[in-house]
Design a protein around this ligand. Structure first.
Ligand code: NAD
Length: 383
């Protein structure tokens, strides 16, 4: 109970007030952390009013936010190209950091952040929130206890459709804003991070194929928020230099093989991450479109479909669920549980750290670079 009281004492500042900034604010409120400051464009004032946040730094003035005395933890939810500068500034100001994925644009940048974070002694987390779906925690417990047997292979996908039309536009489609990989960097790294987390084993080798479906997109004149459904009044053509979809074959350090498909042009799939883990004793599979259900596959006996927080589901997510079975926990709850784990680590130091570390964030950007190298060379590539 004492750590919970200390979590209440911590104060957060959030940089970025677009789609995911308010998701951070809401999750922080749910664990009792005060959000004392936000930073963004002029729109930040509206967000501050909506959430009752006292300090607003407009004009993207993150230097003022990281220096604010009543900010202990800085959440970075700005577009990818700003993460490097803002993370280094927050660490230099002596703050703990929760940075959105991907950690930065290149491994040169992420290595610099890793070194600064290690030297600072502060907690630095990267927001790979998918780790905190209860079904993911349960699959991890079973993979790592041997309940699934030797892991033979992992199959899955991350599919979205919000960039399906050539009139769909976001800063992510430009390599200069989001990094050289887009579908893989934006959502594929969630799958890769989650599967390595489940297996307790990193990817060591891969071969990848990347494709662009819309080589030209219609770019609205002005800023567009992620997942916006409003048709822009004026557009201009822009050349797209990042992939719309990708296929990747993987080898993990433990010998398991993997097979990942990623797409942001998959009509009807709004935000669908699917993970299937096949072991020598049994298999386990789950999809975020039906987040409460975890399935077990058996060679001889009947297959099982289990419901979160029941005995049949298993106890691997104990401590990371707040609601009884049938009271659905989903995307926003993963942020809450991730932040509870991060803030507990800040106040207790010794709490089991299940959140993605700064080194995990670096690893995902290294994977993106290896995927691009493999695609260009049309060959298997080691990390
Ligand atoms: N973990 C997840 O599930 C998840 C989901 C969505 C986005 N993200 C990540 O969050 C980040 C933001 O994505 P989004 O979808 O919210 O984008 P968005 O475009 O909706 O919002 C970005 C916000 O950052 C602000 N901004 C732009 N430049 C800035 C600067 N220099 N300093 C401060 N703020 C600035 C914009 O005004 C806007 O408010 C990205 O890194 C993305 O990969 C993570």
């Amino acid at each position: 109970m004492s750590s919970i009281r200390k979590i209440f004492d911590l104060k957060a500042g959030v940089i970025g007030t677009g789609f995911i900034g308010p998701v951070h604010i809401e999750a922080l409120r749910r664990i009792g952390v005060q959000v004392t400051a936000i930073c963004g464009s002029g729109q930040a004032r509206e967000v501050a009013t909506q959430w009752g946040i006292p300090h607003v730094f407009t004009g993207y003035d993150f230097a003022k936010l990281v220096a604010a005395p009543d900010v202990d933890v800085v959440h970075i939810t700005s577009p990818n190209r700003h993460h490097h500068r803002q993370a280094l500034a927050a660490l230099a100001a002596g703050k703990h950091v929760v940075c959105e994925k991907p950690l930065a644009m290149t491994t040169t940048q992420t290595a610099e952040i890793v070194a600064a974070a290690k030297a600072s002694g502060k907690v630095f987390a990267v927001n790979y929130n998918v780790r905190f779906y209860p079904a993911v925690l349960q699959m991890r417990a079973m993979a790592q206890s041997g309940a699934l047997g030797e892991i033979i292979h992992v199959n899955g996908s991350y599919m979205q459709d919000w960039l399906h039309k050539d009139t769909d536009y976001n800063w992510r489609v430009l390599a200069s804003e989001s990094g050289e990989l887009r579908a893989v960097g934006d959502i594929g790294t969630h799958w890769l991070d989650t599967v390595s987390f489940i297996l307790g084993s990193p990817v060591v080798e891969l071969i990848a194929d990347l494709s662009i479906f819309h080589r030209t997109r219609k770019r609205p004149v002005g800023e567009v928020q992620t997942f916006s459904n409003t048709a822009p009044e004026k557009t201009e053509n822009c050349t797209v230099d990042t992939e719309d979809f990708a296929s990747v074959l993987l080898t993990f350090a433990n010998g398991a093989r993997g097979n990942l498909s990623v797409s942001q042009v998959a009509a009807g799939r709004k935000n669908s991450i699917r993970i299937e883990v096949y072991g020598s004793k049994k298999s386990a599979w789950w999809c975020s479109e039906d987040p409460e259900m975890l399935h077990f596959g058996n060679r001889d006996g009947a297959n099982e479909t289990t419901i979160r927080a029941t005995a049949a589901f298993g106890s691997g997510a104990t401590g990371f669920m707040d609601y009884p079975p049938g009271h659905v926990e989903g995307f926003p709850d993963t942020f809450k549980m991730n932040f509870r784990n991060i803030y507990s680590a800040i106040v207790k130091g010794t709490e089991e750290r299940l959140f993605a570390s700064v080194s995990d964030g670096h690893q995902e950007v290294a994977l993106c670079e290896a995927i691009l190298r493999s695609h260009k060379s049309r060959s298997w590539t080691s990390l």
